[in-house]
Design a protein around this ligand. Structure first.
Ligand SMILES: C[S@@+](CC[C@H](N)C(=O)[O-])C[C@H]1O[C@@H](n2cnc3c(N)ncnc32)[C@H](O)[C@@H]1O
Length: 337
C-alpha cells in the first residue's frame, strides 16, 4: 500500500525548535535540578540564571514533547524519557546534547548545512566565526568537557595501525603533532619503554594531555608544547606523527602542516602520516546523514592514499615506507627531500 504522506510530517521533520529546546535543557542541567527536587519555576530560574517567564515557556514546550511532566500545582519533573538528560543517569545523553559541549558545537554547525552543500566548506566557521578546533581549544569553558571526554578514552578510528605496523624500535623521540589529549602517545610510550614523546596541540587539549601524562607516571618521558602546527614545530624529534589531523584541513592548509613537519624533522627525521579515511559505506542506511555531519565540521574526511601522497610531495616529502592500509586508516612514512 502506498505511504500516505501528511504535509504536517514535513513541518515536524524540519522543526528546529524542539532540538534546540532539548539542548537548552541539557545545557541548563534542568533534569538534574528537577531530579534534585527543584520543580518550581521561580527557583529553577534562579538556579539556572534564566528568566522565569521564558523558562516557563521552555518547560511547557518540553512537557508537550513528553520530556517533562507537570502536576496540578505547576511543579515540573522529568519523565522516563527526560531522565536521560540527567548527568548521573547510567545511560546519560547530557554530554552529547549540551550546546557548549564538543558534540553540541559540531551539531550547531548543521544550521548552516546549506553553506557546506553549496561550497564543500565546513559550515562551522560560518556559524561561530572560527574553526571547530579553535572554538573548542581556545575557550576556557571547554576544558571540563575535554577532561570528561579524555577520561577512559580508547584508541579510535583504527589507530592501532600506528602502534602495530610501524617499527618504533629505531625511534628515540616521537613528536605527536595535533596529539589531542595524548591517548595515542600514552599507549606508544607504554608499549615502548625506550621511547620519549613530545605532544603539540592547542591550549586546552595540550594542558589536559599534560595532566594525563603526569597521572599515568609518564611525566619524565613526555613534553607538552602548546602551539599551532601552522607555526614552527619543536625540533629534535626522530618521527613527526600526524594522526587523523589532515581531514580537518583543505589541501593548501594540509600541505602547510606537512611542510612544518618536514622542516622540523630535518634531513635525518621522518614524517609519519597516519591519516583516516572516514568514508561511510553506502550500504549503511544512515551513510548520507553521517557524511553530511562530518562535512559540516571538516573539509576532507575522505582522502585516498594517492591524494595523501600528492599532498606530501607538494610539501617536499619523499615516500620511504608504506604500511598496510585498512578501510579507515593508512600509514605512510616520508623523508624530507
Ligand atoms: C581529529 S583530532 C586528532 C587527534 C589525534 N591526533 C588522534 O589521532 O586522535 C585533531 C587535533 O588537531 C588539533 N589542532 C587543531 N588545530 C590545531 C593547530 N592549529 N595546531 C595544533 N593542533 C591543532 C586539535 O586540537 C585536535 O587535537
Amino acid at each position: 500500500m502506498a505511504h500516505q504522506s501528511d504535509p504536517g510530517d514535513l513541518l515536524k521533520m524540519a522543526d528546529l525548535l524542539t532540538p534546540a529546546a532539548i539542548r537548552a535543557a541539557a545545557t541548563l542541567r534542568l533534569a538534574d535540578h528537577l531530579g534534585a527536587g527543584t520543580g518550581d519555576v521561580a527557583k529553577l530560574a534562579e538556579l539556572t540564571g534564566t528568566r522565569p517567564d521564558l523558562l516557563e515557556l521552555l518547560l511547557r514546550h518540553l512537557r508537550a514533547q513528553g520530556v517533562l511532566t507537570c502536576d496540578d500545582d505547576g511543579v515540573y519533573s522529568v519523565t522516563e524519557l527526560g531522565e536521560r538528560l540527567r548527568e548521573d543517569h547510567p545511560e546519560s545523553l547530557r554530554g552529547h546534547l549540551t550546546m557548549d559541549g564538543l558534540h553540541g558545537r559540531a551539531a550547531l554547525a548543521l544550521v548552516n548545512l546549506l553553506h557546506t552543500v553549496r561550497t564543500g566548506e565546513p559550515a562551522h566557521e560560518t556559524v561561530f566565526g572560527r574553526g571547530y578546533w579553535e572554538t573548542v581549544n581556545e575557550d576556557p569553558d571547554f576544558v571540563e568537557a575535554l577532561e570528561q571526554s579524555a577520561t577512559g578514552q580508547q584508541l579510535g578510528w583504527g589507530a592501532e595501525l600506528i602502534l602495530d605496523s610501524y617499527d618504533w624500535s629505531r625511534v628515540g623521540r616521537v613528536v605527536d603533532v595535533g596529539g589531542h589529549s595524548g591517548t595515542i602517545l600514552m599507549e606508544l610510550l607504554r608499549r615502548h619503554p625506550h621511547l620519549n614523546g613530545t605532544l603539540v596541540d592547542l591550549k586546552n587539549v595540550a594542558e589536559v594531555a599534560g595532566r594525563r601524562f603526569a597521572a599515568a607516571g609518564l611525566a619524565d618521558r613526555t613534553e607538552v608544547v602548546v602551539g599551532s602546527f601552522f607555526e614552527p614545530l619543536p625540533a629534535g624529534g626522530d618521527v613527526y606523527l600526524l594522526s587523523a589531523v589532515l581531514a580537518d584541513w583543505p589541501d593548501e592548509r594540509a600541505t602547510a602542516i606537512l611542510r612544518r613537519c618536514a622542516r622540523a624533522a630535518g634531513p635525518d627525521g621522518k614524517v609519519l602520516l597516519a591519516e583516516v579515511n572516514l568514508r561511510v559505506p553506502r550500504e549503511i542506511p544512515e551513510s548520507a546523514a553521517l557524511e553530511l555531519w562530518l562535512r559540516a565540521t571538516m573539509p576532507a574526511p575522505v582522502r585516498s592514499v594517492e591524494q595523501l601522497k600528492a599532498l606530501a610531495a607538494a610539501a617536499g616529502l619523499r615516500l620511504v615506507w608504506e604500511g598496510p592500509a585498512t578501510s579507515v586508516r593508512s600509514i605512510l612514512e616520508f623523508s624530507p627531500c
